[in-house]
Ligand binder design. Sequence first.
Ligand code: GSH
Length: 297
Amino acid sequence: MSTQKKFHCACTGLALETAQSHSAAQDITLFASCFSPFAQRVWTAMEYLGIPYQYCRNLLAWINSSYHLTLDEVDMRKRSDLLEISPKGLVPALKLNDHTPVRGLHESTVILEFLEELACQSNGLSLLPKDPYARALVRLQCDHINQIIVPSFYRFLQLAQDESAQVTAAQDFRQALETLIGLLERAENDALCEGDTEMGEPTGLGLWNNCGAMNLTDVMVAPYLFRATNVLKYYRAFQLPEGVKFKAWTTRLLEHPAFKVTCSTEQLYLDSYERYAFNRPNISQVGNAINSGKPLP
Ligand SMILES: N[C@@H](CCC(=O)N[C@@H](CS)C(=O)NCC(=O)O)C(=O)O
């Protein structure tokens, strides 16, 4: 039976420590919400790429939620700040403070490409390989994550309310992950065939390669793999695929310091996703899109 869980307005655990250590003003402000997987992508990339930022948690996202936050509970100044830079009121968003008038960016995938280019110019760190073909293969993986894995994650959690729907949705989500594994293996084979290596290691494979560095695929998918290990496990008894390579990759990914420091404690996710798991009305723009069969915002 469903019980209304705590509504979290702030991160917990390591994520809280990271947010607190990024409370001072910087040229870039990151607008996020404590449980948002889209925001966690950007947050992880900023940590990995060593880009200075101020973390700003924001509550506008939930003003229309079934939790009926009162306006008093919303920091009005931060709210209008967010709308200036993210017209749909979605997080993540970046505010670029070193420009007048203010500049902003929204959409996690666009922000990630921006941060990638910024880091390349400032400190040489990168989420993409240099070789154009290897880059394209990473983008194919990212496209699959956004087009297939993310919607199937939400369908599984929200729409699969009875047992038979849950079996089918679990198969769909598992298949979406298997397809990603296929894309990673293809990149691996191509890189090895082409001899596209750096210091003897194939490039463009991110943490899929056990000596690799974090890449764009890793950052895009990590929040969903993570939520599969807690939220989907708890609400849908889901287990990630068993393959040895896949397991090793997810361990490297979820244990990576740049990801770990953006993670709250498990309870926050279980509480925050309860409303999705019981498909309460008007949870969020994502929730409404899934229910109406429309593309995600
Ligand atoms: N396509 C957007 C999606 C962002 C998104 O849906 N963010 C959620 C948090 S996970 C949000 O802000 N929801 C607020 C709402 O639905 O009102 C992206 O990739 O950044």
